[in-house]
Design a protein around this ligand. Sequence first.
Ligand SMILES: Cc1cc2nc3c(=O)[nH]c(=O)nc-3n(C[C@H](O)[C@H](O)[C@H](O)COP(=O)(O)OP(=O)(O)OC[C@H]3O[C@@H](n4cnc5c(N)ncnc54)[C@H](O)[C@@H]3O)c2cc1C
Length: 397
Amino acid sequence: MADRTFLTWPFFDDSHRKLAADLDAWCESERALFSHADETDLDSSCKKIVKHLASGGWLRYAVPKAFGGATESLDVRSLCIIRETLARRSGLADFVFALQGLGVGPITEFGSDELKKKYLPNIAVGKSIGAFAISEKDAGSDVGAMTTVARRDGKDFIIDGQKTWISNAGIADHYVVFCRLPENGEKSYIALLVDANNAGMRVTERIALISPHPLGTIQFTNCRVSADAVVGTAGDGLKIALGTLDVFRSTVGAAALGLARRALDESLTHTSSRKQFGQKLGDFQITQAKIAEIAVNIDASALLVYRAAWARDTGAQRITREAAMAKLFATESAQKIIDDSVQLLGARGVVAGEPVEQLYREIRALRIYEGTSEIQKLIIAAQVLSPNPKTQKMPAK
Ligand SMILES: Cc1cc2nc3c(=O)[nH]c(=O)nc-3n(C[C@H](O)[C@H](O)[C@H](O)COP(=O)(O)OP(=O)(O)OC[C@H]3O[C@@H](n4cnc5c(N)ncnc54)[C@H](O)[C@@H]3O)c2cc1C
């Protein structure tokens, strides 16, 4: 059982402590959820997990109360607690939950009431799956270099271009697609909602990763959407993307924290039973030093993650610096913690299917998606060097 004493920290109120306890109990009673994660049919595994999480009511935390959600507006501490708790048991269950929020995040944060009414309630009950499409082959960290365009045609927009590395490509019911808007000038962007059954969009490729995660490439050819599909204000596309990532980025740190806590649990179980040279591994000081470093890094990650979430929930407009610190530190630390755990388990640590071997594969992508570690450093440095928001020169992602 992972350490839950962090819930006594002042970042939380009773609703968070109850959420953590209820979700833990539910996870214990619903072990089937976590066995879906290893099936080879990734798409149906993800869809089953969506239904399963919906049946527990957990997807309600991915949207605001007025549209079927559990909290007035997105509560980042709740999102972090849920991601951390799920990730401790299954990287895939965590991913599925995260994408239910991020996939409609631009609508939740910036969309019209019409879009919210149309799309958010179905997300909350697991009837639909969303996706967030900004990356392109030549526009990863540098999202402003995207070439997908949206051109006005009467009251509609026509999208042409290609997006890649898109989570849920192929299983999503709708996609928020970020495009250039040439009519407004070179540095203008727009976010558009595209339904998966639009004849102008096609998933052209599925990309297999080192750990299960539905990912693919989407082609948009003469893809027509109506003016109702504009998310927020035309021209604000990049602001919408970055504002949405600002909300969700600390939750990536929370997922890393969950993976790290699981690695610590596995390490403790192993080192307190495995004997070499006539004593338990945990009795060797060199093992104890590793365990101590892991414990310190877990608490430091938790402090940064929940500091960022608390700041956002209690009124901060932007938490760019805090969220970047949380993601950077928690994901980098988790990678090291998991590697140490593999080492503590010896040969057993690299056996396919062992929990720490799975964790070793699962953690890697978290240092890349929603902005790489290097980009987080640029963001933090920009904020530290030029703390006046008006003078900040922000990297793209
Ligand atoms: C599992 C997974 C899920 C994803 N899901 C989605 C999704 O749902 N939607 C979506 O739109 N995208 C998604 N992505 C894409 C992800 O956001 C990009 O992979 C990420 O932003 C990095 O872009 P890139 O892969 O093109 O790497 P690049 O930008 O080419 O970077 C390569 C390396 O260069 C470094 N680098 C880049 N610029 C600089 C710089 N200025 N200074 C120093 N170093 C630099 C990077 O840190 C990295 O180490 C996903 C990716 C993964 C792995």
